[in-house]
Design a protein around this ligand. Structure first.
Ligand SMILES: Cc1ncc(COP(=O)(O)O)c(C=O)c1O
Length: 418
């Protein structure tokens, strides 16, 4: 076996790198899979090494590439975290990634690392209920204010008059959770650059709903990309994790420093599980997408269903279609459906599902269904539910890898009760 050169590595695809990148078997007895480095601390060969590694971790001197920096302590660095981070960065084609113990840890740490008291955020709504609470309630206590505008093709026009010297970031989910609305990331980047050519206004994209197979927000202008790795990346509903990625060294250093201070890194076994899951990410996501297309087409013609929001059903004359074509290579597997009626009809439908499980979360091998207005987004203020389209008749489906005909059968029998 001969080692790949850097230029050979650079031409490989993420699904190949997901099996090889960032791990040298010969550093671990020839083990094909990375062992779990269950250690809290690492031995220094000499005291000078310890001094140098700490100085590099503080950003002093001329640090070597991150992977050549010595290992110190598992809150700061650990081989399992680094292997996972190298492979996620390869999926996104971004300079570097930092892993976290949850998506919320990634989002909260990144926002604390990049904002100061007095700064303002502009948020395209809806966003996941936890993120909404973080911004509305928690960050507000630290003097960080936020303006919310509805996500969608009109968002850039609504954001333009809100930009000011205080604006530090524009935050969006792509697509938005739970209504699948798309916002033009390139247009947001152009607005950010117009407000501050020096790059003060950051475009931050939570790409959890699309996942790393079908959308790469940094390629169209995002400065920071965030994930709940609990979803497509982990993909089996058996692990909670998060990721923050950036290309800019200053941003990456700020995120690393804040992760080390706040302590939101994953444990080595979590990082190992996430690394294992990356190996099957593409085949899972593609199968989920194939199933979701069949399910969405079935739902779209069902008399009990008022409207289906699925990226694969956007028509060419829909203003979101052009955004979809720019930002996505596929529609993914998240479907939002509006039933005729309200909460009562939505609950009757959910309570009669037999194969699809009634549970929050998304992106896993099994299909899940939930009622955002009273579950994931129940904490939103009534006016924010209206702004974000989180209606009582809305059900969010995350489609898994089961047989698609079985899913269609299950949905059909449950809709009889709606
Ligand atoms: C879009 C989105 N971002 C972030 C999160 C938070 O992730 P976690 O539950 O891993 O903290 C979620 C959780 O559902 C989500 O849907």
């Amino acid at each position: 076996m001969t080692k790949l050169t850097d230029s050979e590595t650079a031409r490989l695809h993420p699904e190949t790198l997901a099996l090889n990148h960032g791990f040298d078997p010969w550093l671990s007895e020839g083990s094909i899979k990375p062992p779990v480095f269950l250690t809290s601390t690492f031995a220094f060969k000499c005291a000078e090494d310890g001094k140098r590694f700490f100085a590099w971790a503080h950003g002093e001197g001329h640090p070597p590439p991150r992977r050549e920096m010595g290992l110190i302590y598992s809150r700061i660095n650990n081989p399992n975290l680094e292997i996972f981070e190298d492979r996620v960065a390869a999926w996104e084609g971004m300079k570097d990634a930092y892993s976290f113990s949850s998506g919320m840890a990634a989002i909260a740490t990144t926002l604390l690392a990049t904002h100061q008291p007095g700064d303002e955020m502009i948020v395209c709504a809806p966003v996941y209920g936890g993120t909404d609470a973080l911004i509305h309630h928690f960050l507000k206590r630290f003097g960080i204010a936020a303006h919310f505008v509805p996500a969608g093709p009109d968002a850039p026009a609504r954001i333009a008059p809100l930009l000011s010297p205080r604006t530090r970031s524009i935050f969006i989910e792509s697509p938005a959770n739970p209504n699948n609305r798309l916002t033009d990331i390139g247009a947001l980047k152009a607005l950010a650059g117009r407000q501050s050519p020096a790059g003060r206004v950051l475009v931050i994209v939570d790409n959890t709903m699309a996942g790393p197979v079908f959308a790469h927000p940094a390629r169209v202008g995002a400065d920071i990309v965030l994930y709940s790795a609990t979803k497509f990346i982990g993909g089996h509903s058996d692990v909670v994790g998060g990721v923050a990625l950036a290309n800019d060294d200053t941003l990456l250093h700020a995120i690393a420093q804040h992760r080390a201070m706040l302590g939101g890194m994953p444990n080595p076994y979590t990082a190992w599980l996430l690394t294992r899951s990356l190996e099957t990410l593409k085949i899972r996501a593609e199968q989920q997408q194939r199933n979701a297309r069949q399910v969405a087409e079935f739902l779209a013609q069902h008399p009990k269903v008022r409207k289906v929001c699925y990226l694969g059903l956007l028509s060419a004359d829909d203003p979101e279609y052009a955004i979809f074509q720019k930002q996505h290579s596929g529609p993914g597997s998240l479907i939002s459906l509006h039933l005729h009626g309200g909460e009562q009809e939505a609950y009757a439908f959910l309570d009669h599902l037999k194969v699809i499980k009634l549970a929050v979360s998304l992106g896993s091998t099994e299909s899940l269904a939930q009622h955002p207005a009273t579950m994931t987004h129940s904490g939103l203020a009534p006016e924010d539910k209206v702004l974000g389209g989180v209606a009582d008749n809305l059900v969010r489906l995350s489609i898994g890898i089961e047989n698609a005909d079985d899913l269609v059968w299950d949905l059909g029998q449950a809709l009889e009760h709606a």
